[in-house]
Write a protein of this length. Structure first.
Length: 223
């Protein structure tokens, strides 16, 4: 089909760039795991005004903490604002929704709402290039956090509490199941031959479903 061929050609051009960006972001994230001691105590708090979660966190010595941490999204400084926002929020979810985190019901619903809203924005991005960059980063984060924030048990927490209809939730769960499954590159070629990609793609708007299917097929090496 013509649309598939066009996307395949575009994917060939941007695939390497998207992979490199995601790997660079992961490397920066690893480098950011620096232990900083002797922060002076403070009663102040920080809230990320750009975050839809809006949860305050203890700041400690905010300037020292900021200086000691590398922002992993700096790999995407040259990307569009939409790309940077989506990736920042998905990375925030990966960090805050892990199994080792003690979350209140309110915090959990906020995190799940943040993730669902940003994934919905991701699959419906107008730009194929932006879509590819964001989806590559999502797949990397899911692969790196398969036993944590992106385990299916954690991903399904509080889903029924989201302010969404049954059809939306059903489409979302099928989509996220697909993402988790294909984030593992070792079995992609086996999975893709029997998996219902069309069901997972229903999370996207009609005009972007074929793009999502072709993207999954392309990372699986299937034309």
């Amino acid at each position: 089909m013509a649309s598939s061929s066009r996307f395949d050609r575009l994917q060939d051009q941007i695939n390497e760039n998207a992979n490199n960006l995601s790997e660079k972001a992961s490397s920066l994230a690893d480098a950011a795991e620096v232990t900083v001691d002797n922060f002076s105590d403070t009663t102040g708090s920080l809230a990320d005004a750009s975050s839809a979660v809006g949860v305050s966190v203890s700041s400690g010595n905010a300037e020292a903490a900021a200086a000691a941490k590398v922002n992993p999204t700096s790999a995407y400084d040259n990307e569009s604002d939409e790309v940077k926002t989506i990736i920042r929020h998905v990375e925030h979810y990966a960090l805050e929704a892990g199994s080792n985190k003690k979350l209140s019901r309110t915090d959990l619903v906020s995190l799940q709402t943040l993730l669902v809203r940003n994934l919905e924005q991701l699959v419906n991005l107008k730009s194929n290039a932006d879509f590819a960059v964001c989806f590559k980063r999502l797949m990397t984060l899911v692969r790196e956090n398969r036993t944590g924030a992106f385990s299916l048990n954690n991903l399904n927490r509080a889903i029924s509490s989201l302010n969404k209809g049954n059809t939306f939730i059903d489409n979302y769960t099928k989509f996220i199941d697909m993402v988790v499954l294909f984030s593992d590159p070792t079995m992609r070629t086996t999975y893709v031959r029997r998996y219902n990609l069309a069901a997972g793609a229903k999370f996207a708007k009609n005009e972007y479903r074929e793009r999502l299917i072709e993207f999954i097929r392309s990372i699986c090496g299937v034309q």
